[in-house]
Design a protein around this ligand. Structure first.
Ligand code: FES
Length: 406
């Protein structure tokens, strides 16, 4: 760098310089040496230039179409869950792949356009710069601005209006492809829907809440039965008539020291034992109960000697039925299933972050990050000898949320 370039410039001197002069001065002040520079298309109206520009425009157009397709799929495609054999099942199954395909293509196309533009249109240049520390002076800032202007001019984008428009459109739409899916996360967590076997959509409820509507709810054991596939004249469909997924549980179904995961099984959805009817179709409803995010409950039969030592929580003294205790399976830390019951110590373990709860002390946390006891479901046995919910949980199930007091 010459000493001439390094000297202090007055504001008048800087204002008097053209953009080219400021850009040149900027490279000198930055210790940048342009070692090599070559225009891609020195001759005006070179057909090769048109070809290169067309290549970039094609990718930008593909990117725009893919981004619009993404937004169209995201907003209008039928996304609601459909069971196998149900009308619209195929459209539902390709919803997520279509989102991935269109968003990927739009971002890839934009990337391809930028790479092609830099590779085929922007002048080739090799510049070398020596690095140095220190804050930027007024002249540095002004010259940097000039350099950016110079880059804009040398990129020739300024005179390629169609390309500018396409690039702007593709950039905005690619941004939307990234931002639009976040819209799906904006929900009102307190918007009530119909109360059914999955709750009413709010965090206060679960499938067990139906009890408050006067519905008798059995403790249902998951048999793992699956609907059968049938192929007939009308094509393949899944036969759910006569298939029961949940069956009622009796106390004698569990050995001492055993644990069973149970789900709410409302009386209208029962299809087992003496009420079994091969024509009844309750499979769907029972599967919804299984999928209820706050429905899973651990039914534990303590050994009698241990049950004698059990400490009941105030207000929950009659929630158990003899040696049988039912605790929510949803961890009060951040909601994993507390799947492990250790019969020797009567501890319930959450495998996510190792919280442990004491089944002998109303599900109280005794180790790990969980700070709240597992909610206990009040249970009893009905006149036919089946275990049923005596009521709903008296507190919300699962992790903490702002409005929760206990
Ligand atoms: S979710 Fe259970 S310990 Fe974290």
């Amino acid at each position: 760098m010459s000493n001439e370039a390094k000297r202090n410039y007055t504001k008048q001197e800087i204002n008097a310089m053209s953009n080219d002069e400021l850009a040149r001065l900027g490279t000198e002040l930055d210790d940048v040496t342009v070692a090599y520079r070559k225009e891609r298309f020195p001759v005006p109206n070179d057909p090769a230039e048109k070809r290169a520009e067309r290549g970039v425009m094609i990718w930008l157009a593909v990117g725009i179409i893919a981004a619009i397709a993404f937004l169209g799929v995201y907003i209008f495609w039928p996304w609601e869950f459909k069971n196998l054999g149900e009308e619209g099942h195929f459209l539902h199954t390709i919803y997520t792949p279509l989102l991935g395909l269109t968003s990927g293509l739009s971002i890839l196309s934009l990337g391809m356009a930028v790479v092609l533009y830099v590779k085929n249109i922007v002048p080739e240049e090799i510049s070398v710069q020596r690095r140095h520390d220190g804050p930027s002076s007024e002249v540095d800032r002004r010259t940097l601005t000039a350099l950016l202007n110079d880059s804009w001019n040398t990129s020739t984008l300024g005179r390629r209006k169609a390309l500018q428009g396409l690039l702007g459109g593709a950039g905005i739409l690619a941004g939307l492809v990234v931002v639009a899916p976040l819209g799906g996360m904006i929900k009102n967590p307190w918007k009530r829907g119909e109360l059914n076997v999955m709750g009413d959509g709010t965090l206060w409820t679960s499938g067990w809440t139906l009890h408050e509507e006067g519905v008798k709810i059995y403790l249902g054991r998951d048999t793992g039965a699956i609907a059968e596939e049938h192929t007939g004249e009308t094509g393949t469909h899944w036969e759910t008539t006569g298939v029961s997924r949940l069956v009622r549980v009796r106390p004698e179904d569990l050995d001492a020291g055993a644990m069973e995961t149970v789900f709410p099984l409302p009386a209208p959805y029962v299809n087992d034992g003496d009420v079994y009817n091969p024509e009844t179709n309750v499979y769907e409803s029972q599967m919804h109960s299984l999928h209820g995010p706050r429905n899973a409950v651990m039914l534990i039969r303590l050994r009698s000697a241990d049950a004698e030592k059990a400490i009941e929580r105030q207000g929950q003294e009659d929630f158990h039925y003899g040696d049988y205790y039912a605790y929510s399976k949803i961890c009060t830390h951040i909601g994993c299933p507390t799947s492990l019951y250790e019969a020797q110590t009567n501890r319930i373990l959450c495998p996510c972050h190792q919280s442990q709860f004491d089944a002998l002390q109303y599900g109280k946390p005794i180790f790990g990050p969980a700070a709240r006891a597992l909610p206990q479901l009040p249970i009893e046995v009905d006149e036919e000898g089946y275990l049923i919910a005596k009521g709903n949980f008296i507190e919300p199930v699962g992790p903490a949320f702002w409005e929760r007091r206990s």
